[in-house]
Design a protein. Structure first.
Length: 74
């Protein structure tokens, strides 16, 4: 999910992402709580974790999560 433009310009950073799921495992809400400093990385984190992973498994239904998403980390 590392955006090509961010890779080309060697943008790195960590996005802190918070999201909640609804009873069916869909996304109820999501937001970037700590920006990486690069809008393209923030958007990629949201798209990669929340949009591509939805619907979430039943064990994640009706819960909230906060996860770091690192780009360019080794």
């Amino acid at each position: 999910c590392y955006p090509a433009v961010a890779r080309r310009y060697q943008q790195r950073g960590t996005v802190q992402l918070s999201f909640c799921t609804d009873a069916s495992g869909g996304t109820a809400s999501s937001k970037v709580t700590v920006s990486s400093g690069a809008e393209v990385l923030d958007a990629a984190a949201r798209g990669c974790v929340v949009e591509k992973a939805s619907p979430f498994p039943a064990v994640a239904a009706s819960r909230c999560f906060s996860v770091p998403v690192r780009f360019g980390a080794r």
